[in-house]
Design a protein around this ligand. Structure first.
Ligand code: NAD
Length: 374
């Protein structure tokens, strides 16, 4: 059950339940923290087994967005929304337009975008009713598919890891990179690794995606999912599911680096320390997969590819900074990433005590959505 105690403990500002029976809209918006700016995060549509599951998911995901924006140097807060329903049966123009009207009524405290099971077409319906939405189609002046930008960020993280482990970002050349999940992001990552001369191995469970990968990269070796963790590779790139670093898999890994797009790769926090103890460098997952978020944030100032890529390039430096922090404080990378995000949030909270005078519209330092290089 949603209680104030729960909201206090997780740090949420506001949770909104949206209901429109005429089109069967049941949505929950969670605004976690707006210290840095308006809360931005996608909308997920899922046939949750219970409303309690939907609440749990939206609280967890919105909190993650606060950390992701903070560590990425974005002047954005953390938020997320879920629509309870079956994406195959329950979608309609009315549902997404009704949803858009409620998002509009939040006056910009929450800005939405695509997430699991939400298409660009759905977002375009939301956009008909509100401007507080991004990830809209390129044809409508938006940034389109985020996957190539997410992959670019993951690749910048990989270069930072290669610099730390082998001395230079070029050292990916000749190394074996194992991509687990060659979907939207995985295949784009494969392209970038291939371009610099990395050797590709991969796994997947979708016959279509395996065939697409084989066609594009005939020299890439396919490994069955159950044998993937024990395969010889220098870099393991999880691009399918979360929690793949766990008690079972950690003993099997032979790689020097874990660097992929998947969210929440560590099953538990302690697995970050275990990777460190084993001399495996772990890239900060929610930083290196923030390329998609960075890309949509550019829509507020007029999206273009160059600006987006330039912002995503900063992931290289931020990742190196987190590695240095992890060494200096002798804490695992996942903890160092959390600290960097929390320290930025704390310091920005402190400067908000200044009275700005009447008529100022700078309610938040992030009211102009810009990127601050950390
Ligand atoms: P996707 O659904 O397009 O691709 C996932 C791929 O993983 C699919 O090909 C699927 O068949 C495969 N897969 C699923 N289970 C598997 C298993 N057990 N073993 C091997 N392969 C398996 O998803 P995506 O958009 O490429 O995202 C990949 C990951 O990155 C997800 O965890 C997602 O949350 C995260 N992520 C994506 C973005 C983005 O911009 N798309 C941004 C941030 C984070």
């Amino acid at each position: 059950m949603l209680t104030f105690e729960k909201l206090y403990s997780m740090g949420h500002e506001e949770v909104i339940f949206i209901s429109e029976p005429s089109c069967n809209l049941k949505a929950i918006v969670a605004i976690h923290d707006t210290t840095l700016g308006p809360a931005l995060g996608g909308t997920r549509m899922w046939p949750y087994a219970s409303e309690a599951d939907a609440v749990e998911d939206v609280l967890r995901l919105s909190r993650g967005m606060t950390y992701k924006a903070a560590v990425s140097g974005l002047n954005l807060g953390g938020g997320k929304a879920v629509i309870i329903g079956d994406p195959k049966k329950d979608k309609s123009e009315a549902l997404f337009r009704a949803y858009g009207r409620y998002i509009e009524s939040l006056n910009g405290r929450y800005i939405t975008a695509e997430d699991v099971n939400i298409s660009v077409q759905d977002i375009d319906n939301v956009y008909t009713e509100t401007n507080y939405v991004c990830g809209i189609a390129k044809a409508s002046g938006g940034s389109g598919n985020p996957a190539p930008y997410t992959a670019l960020g993951v690749f910048r993280g990989m270069e930072a890891s290669a610099t730390k482990v082998w001395g230079s970002r070029d050292s990916i050349k000749g190394k074996v990179v194992g991509i687990q999940g060659v979907g939207s992001v995985g295949i784009e990552l494969a392209k970038l690794v291939d371009e610099v001369g990395g050797k590709l191995i991969f796994t997947d469970i979708s016959d279509d995606n395996i065939a697409r990968m084989k066609e594009k990269f005939p020299h890439a070796e396919y490994i069955a999912p159950e044998s993937f963790y024990t395969a010889n590779m220098d870099i393991y790139a999880p691009c399918a599911l979360g929690a793949t670093i766990n008690d079972e898999t950690i003993n099997q890994l032979k790689c020097k680096i874990v660097n992929g797009a998947a969210n929440n790769q560590l099953k538990e926090d302690r697995h970050g320390q275990e990777l460190k103890d084993r001399g495996i460098l772990y890239s900060p997952d929610y930083l290196i997969n923030a390329g998609g978020l960075m890309n949509v944030s550019i829509e507020f100032e007029g999206w273009n590819d160059y600006k987006s890529r330039r912002m995503i390039d900063t992931i290289y430096d931020t990742t190196l900074r987190i590695f240095a922090m992890s060494d200096e404080r002798n804490i695992p990378v996942n903890k160092a990433t959390d600290r960097l995000a929390e320290e930025r949030l704390e310091s920005m909270k402190k400067i908000q005590t200044t009275y700005l005078g009447r008529g100022s519209d700078h309610r938040f330092p992030g009211s102009k959505v810009r990127h601050n290089k950390l």
